[in-house]
Design a protein around this ligand. Structure first.
Ligand SMILES: [Zn+2]
Length: 66
């Protein structure tokens, strides 16, 4: 079995922890780049992660406002 054929296991982190905000809500049609381009998402001014604009307040995502 080569390196590229590793099966995902229960130990793998969920997709939301790959350096992207859980408030971005990417989907198959709109990835991070498309969301930013269309103005549906903006970068949080503190953590610099792309976040849906409806979650932003004063440029901060919910995680950074806590
Ligand atoms: Zn943030």
């Amino acid at each position: 079995m080569g390196l590229g054929t590793r099966q995902p296991t229960s130990m793998d982190p969920p997709r939301s922890t790959t350096g992207k905000s859980k408030y971005l809500e990417e989907n198959d049609i709109m990835d991070e780049f498309a969301l930013l381009l269309n103005g549906h998402a903006k970068k949080c001014s503190k953590c610099k992660l792309a976040v849906r604009t409806r979650y932003l307040e004063d440029g901060l995502c919910p995680d950074c406002r806590e």
